[in-house]
Design a protein around this ligand. Structure first.
Ligand code: ZN
Length: 305
C-alpha cells in the first residue's frame, strides 16, 4: 500500500485503540520505509491532526518529530554494519513512556534486517514486555532476513513509495500545472524557486528563505500551481533522500551532479522527514483557504528543523 494509505490505516487503528504494538514496514527502498515511519509517527503524535490523522506539521509535536528529537520516539540506525545489542540496551534504558506528557512510546529500527542475533533477541524480549502504549516499527528491505521469532511477533506491512522510487514518478505530470500558462520564463523561475527554497530549508538559512518567499508571493500562483509547487518541493526532498541512499533522483535527474553535495550534507533520515512533512502539508491543501499562508508555515517549520 502507499504511504498515505498505511498512515491513515494505522491512525484509524490507533484512534480505535486497536493499534498493534509491532509492525514491520517492508519496502524496496529504505528511504520509502523511513518516509512511511515518519508519516505514521506524525499522524499518531500530532496534537492538531485532521479528522483522518493528517498531521498539521506546525504543532510542537510535529516540529520536534520533524527535527528528530521527539521525546516519544527512539529512532535507531545501524552503528556501522549492524544494529548492536548495546544500542538496544541504551534505548531500553531511555524508554520514556512513563514520562508525563508522552502518551505513546515509539521505537523505530532502521534496517531491522541488520540486527545482530543478540540484539534481535534483546528486542524480542522488549517487544514481548507488557506495555500497551509502545509501538515498534521495524524498517526493512528484507523481512525474510529478520530473526523468525521476532518476525512472527510483528504484523508485516508492505509499503510502496511509488513516488520515492525511480521511474514511477512522472516528472512531466508533476510539472504540468506550473507549465500550463505556457510561459517558459515563469516555469523556469518556479523550478529555480523550488530548488532555492528547498536548499534554504535544508540548510536552515532563515534570511534567505524570506527572500525566496517574497519572490514566490510575487508569482501569484493559482491554487493548482501552488499545489504543484509544493509537490515539487516534496519531490526535491525525496530526490535528496534517494541520492543520500545512493539511488538516482527521480524528478531532478538532470541536476543529479549539482545536488550531490547537498545530498551529502545531511543524513537520509532528515530528507525523508522533510519530504514527509511537506507531503503531509500538501495533503491538507484542499482545506486551506490560503495556500500561500500554508506554504509559509511549512517553510518556517522546515527552516526551523
Ligand atoms: Zn501537528
Amino acid at each position: 500500500m502507499d504511504i498515505q494509505t498505511m498512515t491513515s490505516r494505522l491512525y484509524r487503528l490507533y484512534a480505535q485503540n486497536r493499534l498493534g504494538h509491532a509492525y514491520i514496514l517492508a519496502g524496496s527502498a529504505m528511504a520509502t520505509c523511513m518516509a512511511a515511519a515518519s508519516s505514521v509517527l506524525a499522524s499518531l503524535f500530532c496534537a492538531a491532526h485532521g479528522p483522518g490523522g493528517e498531521p498539521c506539521a506546525t504543532c510542537a509535536d510535529c516540529r520536534s518529530l520533524a527535527s528528530g528529537n521527539h521525546m516519544g520516539v527512539a529512532w535507531l540506525q545501524p552503528d556501522g554494519a549492524s544494529l548492536k545489542i548495546a544500542q538496544m540496551r541504551a534505548a531500553m534504558r531511555q524508554d520514556t513512556r512513563l514520562i508525563s506528557g508522552v502518551s505513546l512510546q515509539a521505537v523505530v529500527l532502521e534496517q531491522a534486517h541488520k540486527l545482530t542475533q543478540e540484539a534481535a533477541n534483546a528486542v524480542l524480549k522488549w517487544v514481548e514486555e507488557p506495555g500497551e502504549q509502545r509501538l515498534f516499527l521495524f524498517l526493512t528491505t528484507s523481512p525474510a532476513s529478520m530473526l523468525t521469532t521476532l518476525r512472527s511477533r510483528c504484523m508485516l506491512l508492505r509499503v510502496e513509495g511509488a513516488s520515492l522510487e525511480r521511474g514511477v514518478v512522472d516528472p512531466a505530470a508533476l510539472w504540468a500545472p506550473l507549465q500550463s500558462a505556457g510561459d517558459s520564463k515563469r516555469f523556469a523561475e518556479s523550478v529555480e524557486l523550488v530548488l532555492e527554497l528547498g536548499r534554504h530549508c535544508a540548510n536552515g538559512e532563515l534570511r534567505a528563505w524570506h527572500l525566496a518567499f517574497d519572490r514566490i508571493a510575487k508569482m501569484n500562483y493559482s491554487a493548482d500551481e501552488m499545489s504543484a509547487f509544493v509537490d515539487a518541493l516534496a519531490a526535491y526532498f525525496r530526490d535528496l533522500a534517494a541520492m543520500a541512499c545512493g539511488s538516482q533522483p527521480a524528478v531532478f535527474a538532470d541536476l543529479a551532479t549539482s545536488l550531490e553535495d547537498e545530498a551529502a550534507r545531511r543524513p537520509v533520515a532528515d530528507f525523508a522527514r522533510y519530504a514527509a512533512v511537506t507531503a503531509s502539508v500538501r495533503r491538507r491543501f484542499p482545506s486551506h483557504v490560503n495556500a500561500a499562508a500554508a506554504l509559509e508555515s511549512l517553510v518556517i517549520t522546515l527552516g526551523d528543523m
